[in-house]
Write a protein that binds this ligand. Sequence first.
Ligand SMILES: [Zn+2]
Length: 137
Amino acid sequence: MVIKNATVYCTRDLGRLLYRVAKDELNPGDMKAVTVEVAYHRSNTMRRGGAARVGSLKRGAGWMKVLVPHPNVAVRGLDVIELAHTIAHEMAHLRGLQHRWMRGSRYRRIDGYRERYSWATAYVVRMNVPRGPTSSV
Ligand SMILES: [Zn+2]
């Protein structure tokens, strides 16, 4: 898996969650062929979303994007349950699933999905600490 992270969130933390979801959603042999871009959602809300090329793993290489809220919006940190659910949804697209085949809380934001992905709260996604100017004493 290649992770292209354009956000302030820690790539290693994002990677842990991505790999954990990938264990459920991708064949082990396909993990290497996936590129994940992580970027901010354009709107200044708590919305999240993603994109993926449906069925692209069948053609050799998968690309997906996960959109996260900017830390100015997500002041209490990223909602890892939402993030895990979004990742699972996009990885299912990589395998070839279309929306009409996605039923239940595994891929849809319907009753029970937060409970289903509650395990994700064990995966904290921190922000990188910005390096300030060197202070002299
Ligand atoms: Zn979708």
